[in-house]
Write a protein that binds this ligand. Structure first.
Ligand SMILES: Cc1ncc(COP(=O)(O)O)c(C=O)c1O
Length: 403
């Protein structure tokens, strides 16, 4: 018998710390971009667990790799060599370098989440600048880099810094890309940015400005760190959005979609010799389970990228978004985003909230981002039928909303 929503809710309420404003639904199974709730009702999932379920729910290839790995070995610790970890590092770096003339050596570090990947990036930058007394890291207004104390301080949203202080020193806030260079001083060691701010409204940065910034930072020997926790792993259409922008950052952090739902975080960097044994580490990071899941996830995504299937999915998805925008001009300003990290900017925050609630009622899951954006981050394997069905439900949902 399926668990009952009220029972789950009561247990959660009693025993789980109240850090989430949960919607009143519990899912118990999934199939690609479709989820099923406790009553067996289907939902089209345009959120993919906030960009995590990159190869869809219950992907048979990923499920088999995970099951096989679990029957063999899950974890030994980083005290010993871990073959899938080494192969995942190779695959991630080779896919990043593929079809580009960038051949600099790179190495990877594995952890368990986006915030941890950014912590690693911050530690690399601090170590890089240490001898010259450079420790400051510039981050952007409206950015989001995680919930640990350092990644929270790096996050450029004042409302998130009301508690938990004192925070570590050395984080400098720039208003926008143009302002970054004005914030540089003799103590700056790095700049940490998202190319498409995930929580800050899904608005992609300007490509020319990013390229100019990358070369200015290089000239000043300041590290460019790109947070691709959300935009990475083919969500933009390329393995990393950095490729679309034509830049080669010193450090890329990633997480979410990398192992299709198994917790993982990663950093890849050109500073191949920055750490000595003991400088950094993680008990779970890159263990057999997450690394094996990461390799299979990347392989599935590489295949749909190379076959052109991903491009086709992105095109259909954007066509549907354009239709929605044309049909409901009184609700939306414009389309936002790149690839399958996209959405529509609602006229105001009340509408944003109403749209997300109506969508849930019509059994299609969408997310919020920034002040007014309805964010869509579907599985990269979403089918044409799921796209059609999801947008048809969204149409019905939007028809119920009074502007
Ligand atoms: C750009 C970006 N960086 C960092 C994080 C934090 O990742 P995690 O929740 O896995 O720690 C997120 C999560 O939404 C993110 O979107």
């Amino acid at each position: 018998m399926n668990p009952n929503l009220q029972t789950i809710e009561a247990l959660d309420d009693t025993y789980v710390l109240h850090t989430y404003a949960r919607s009143k639904v519990a899912f118990i199974r999934g199939q690609n971009a479709t989820l099923y709730d406790t009553q067996g009702q289907d939902y089209i999932d345009f959120g993919a667990g906030i960009a995590v379920c990159s190869v869809g729910h219950a992907n048979p290839r990923l499920a088999k790799v995970i099951a096989d790995q679990a029957q063999n070995l899950l974890h030994t610790s980083n005290l010993y060599y871990i073959e899938p970890q080494a192969r995942l590092a190779q695959k991630l770096i080779e896919l990043y370098r593929q079809d580009s003339d960038f051949t600099d050596p790179m190495r990877a570090f594995f952890c368990n989440s986006g915030a941890e990947a950014n912590e690693c990036a911050i530690k690399i930058a601090r170590l890089f600048g240490e001898k010259e007394g450079r420790y400051k890291i510039i981050t952007l207004e409206s950015s989001f880099h995680g919930r640990t104390i350092a990644s929270l301080k790096a996050t450029g949203q004042d409302k998130m810094h009301q508690h938990f202080g004192p925070y570590p020193d050395g984080f400098v806030r720039a208003k926008d890309i143009d302002d970054i260079i004005h914030c540089v001083d003799s103590q700056t060691c790095g700049v940490l940015i998202e190319l498409i701010q995930g929580e800050g409204g899904i608005s992609p940065m300007d490509k020319k400005k990013i390229q100019k910034l990358a070369s200015e930072l290089k000239a000043r020997n300041i590290l460019l760190m790109v947070d691709e926790v959300q935009s990475g792993i083919y969500r933009s259409g390329e393995i990393f959005a950095s490729k679309l922008y034509g830049i080669n950052p010193d450090i890329i952090s990633t997480a979410k979609g990398l192992a299709g739902g198994v917790p993982i975080g990663a950093v890849i960097t050109t500073l191949t010799d920055i750490f000595q044994a003991g400088d950094h580490g993680s008990t779970f990071g890159g263990n057999f389970l997450s690394a094996a899941a990461g390799i299979e996830t990347l392989e599935i995504l590489r295949e749909i990228h190379e076959s052109g299937a991903l491009t086709h999915t992105i095109e259909s998805f954007h066509q549907e978004l354009d239709n929605l925008l044309q049909t409901f001009p009184h609700l939306f300003n414009h389309k936002v985003g790149i690839g399958l990290m996209c959405g529509l900017s609602a006229k105001n925050e009340t509408l944003q909230k109403d749209i997300i609630t109506a969508a849930l009622k019509h059994r299609v899951l969408v997310l919020k981002s920034g002040k007014g954006v309805v964010r869509l981050l579907p599985a990269l394997t979403i089918s044409q039928e799921e796209i059609k069905e999801g947008f048809s439900r969204l149409h019905n949902a939007l028809n119920t909303i009074q502007a």
